[in-house]
Design a protein around this ligand. Sequence first.
Ligand SMILES: Nc1ncnc2c1ncn2[C@@H]1O[C@H](COP(=O)(O)OP(=O)(O)O)[C@@H](O)[C@H]1O
Ligand SMILES: [Mg+2]
Length: 270
Amino acid sequence: MKTVLIINGEKYWDNYFAGFNVVRKKVQTSEFLIKNGSLYVADAEGACSPDVIFWRLGAVNPEARHRNMLELIQYSGIPCVNSAETLLKGYDRLSMLNTLKKLELPVIDFNVATATSHLKNLEMTFPFVVKVGNHHGGYGKSLVSDEEQWEELKDLLFIHQDYATVEKFIDYKYDIRYLAINDKIWTMKRKGRYWKANSLTQEYRIIEPEKQWIENVKLLQENIKADIVAIDVLETEKGEKTILEYNDIPGLTGFPEETKLEISETVKNK
Ligand SMILES: Nc1ncnc2c1ncn2[C@@H]1O[C@H](COP(=O)(O)OP(=O)(O)O)[C@@H](O)[C@H]1O
Ligand SMILES: [Mg+2]
């Protein structure tokens, strides 16, 4: 029986790998090793030598050692979904944004500095959004509406050792996620309780993707060689669309069941 190792990820994935030996481990409590060319992933439960890895790291505080783990996966040649190479490229938000820029996709403009101590030099007209480091799931992002809030946030972020971006707040009508898995595309509108559509999400609605955006997401998918990728797009009242990010470990909440079947089949086929 082949072993599929699921790294972090939602509990429900266990149900998608009937006929496989499913092992689950977390980056927080595991170490990766390569010995005589074989990859082992060890934690308190024991060591596992997987045939395939399904990397589902979500809103976990990013650490340099996660990149080391991905490098070991790549070195071992054990298949991983997405590939370790793809995940390494998307791990750093700046590298992810550079990729979108290089492809000339309509990615959001931003001011950026390699340390939060320089936030004072990145100011824009209010309201604007500050994003620190490589966090996902809405974490590490704050909307700044006035001078007083800005003062407070700068002081607090001063103690944070990471790079920071500042971008204009887009007063969006729709927050849209385009999801590509293999050659299939799904599109969803999301609404959050406050300004972040992906936190305290109240509404998910599947819509028809636009032709231009199918092309955009395919262009990206081919370029980064992703089995699965999502792009987050904001659409204003006037119909202008801006990409905020791409996500190579996208959450599938609100998408049809098909999406989970499609990606789990991809893992099995590897
Ligand atoms: N510049 C912005 N203007 C308006 N809303 C934003 C902006 N940046 C982020 N958001 C909101 O916050 C959500 C999360 O931001 P995103 O950049 O996609 O990071 P992540 O999903 O990795 O936390 C977006 O889906 C969107 O609803
Ligand atoms: Mg997002």
